[in-house]
Design a protein around this ligand. Structure first.
Ligand SMILES: [Ca+2]
Length: 277
């Protein structure tokens, strides 16, 4: 290919997105256990920004989808950016829509991340979330979107914007040394779902093979997920996805101030964005 053709092809790839090559898919698999079905990475050939808000600032017309971002130590990784929810610029760190991805996984998988990045079920990974919420960048807000089973299934994340929500103006996940400690506060009273994260503030992360909670037993083993368990939970968005709402207390995908402790949610999302003050 001559140079001008190559540049044209590269420009085309930047503007319209390029399908993932096999090599690229392998690299994604190394960074985390992600699959990117029908994947389009919108910014493969530019120097990756730090988060989805920076991508939106570079390009106000950027659409929701998969982008590459970069941590402070120049490690790159892929994220799903929601450019539709609340003026856009949100980096999605957890999403559940059905039972297709198992969330009963060990420490190493929660550390690196797993699932399907595009319109799927995934956890971005504690290392990546720690990098995303680097205090040197500033403060971060958290959006939690929650959908009950009695509402119709919605195909795209943007529809979750119309569901119930909890909005926080302070959110951060610490590093490995802190056991990925959760910092969450400044719950916004405009929220509709109630604050079921407050009780988890300052908790370290636990997984079925790593019990860092305050309970005599292992909450992560009991509830088959990784989460910032205390003894044990008021929320657990990584819980077992259930085809119907009703279950036993604290089982399933739970946000007690919204759905009570016996109802599992159908669809949930957690997304972060640098706070603009
Ligand atoms: Ca314990």
């Amino acid at each position: 290919m001559n140079t001008s053709l190559f540049i044209l092809a590269a420009l085309f790839a930047v503007v319209f997105g390029a399908p993932l090559s096999n090599k690229e898919k392998q690299r994604v698999a190394v960074l985390g256990n992600f699959t990117v079905s029908e994947g389009v990475v919108h910014n493969e050939l530019v120097v990756p920004p730090k988060n989805c808000k920076a991508i939106q600032e570079n390009d106000p017309n950027a659409v929701s989808g998969i982008y590459e971002v970069q941590s402070s130590n120049a490690r790159t990784y892929k994220v799903f950016c929601d450019m539709d929810l609340q003026e856009g610029g949100w980096t999605v760190i957890l999403r559940r829509t059905d039972g297709s991805v198992n969330f009963n996984r060990d420490w190493s998988e929660y550390r690196t991340g797993f699932g399907n990045l595009l319109n799927g079920n995934y956890f971005l990974g504690l290392e990546n979330i720690n990098a995303l919420t680097d205090p040197n960048i500033g403060k971060f807000e958290l959006w939690v979107g929650l959908l009950k089973h009695d509402l119709p299934n919605l195909p795209h994340f943007r529809h979750i914007a119309t569901s119930s929500f909890a909005h926080y103006k302070n959110f951060r996940v610490g590093d490995a040394q802190s056991l990925y400690q959760l910092t969450v506060s400044e719950y916004q009273e405009s929220s509709t779902a109630g604050d079921s994260l407050k009780a988890h503030n300052s908790a370290p992360f636990s997984t079925p093979d790593r019990d860092n909670d305050k309970d005599r037993e292992s909450c992560a083993q009991k509830f088959k997920s990784g989460w910032w368990f205390t003894n044990c939970l008021e929320s657990n968005l990584a819980g077992v996805w259930r085809a119907k709402a009703e279950g036993e207390a604290d089982q399933g995908i739970v946000w007690e101030s919204f759905s009570g402790d016996r109802n599992s949610l159908k669809s949930v999302v957690m997304a972060v964005r640098p706070l603009q003050e």
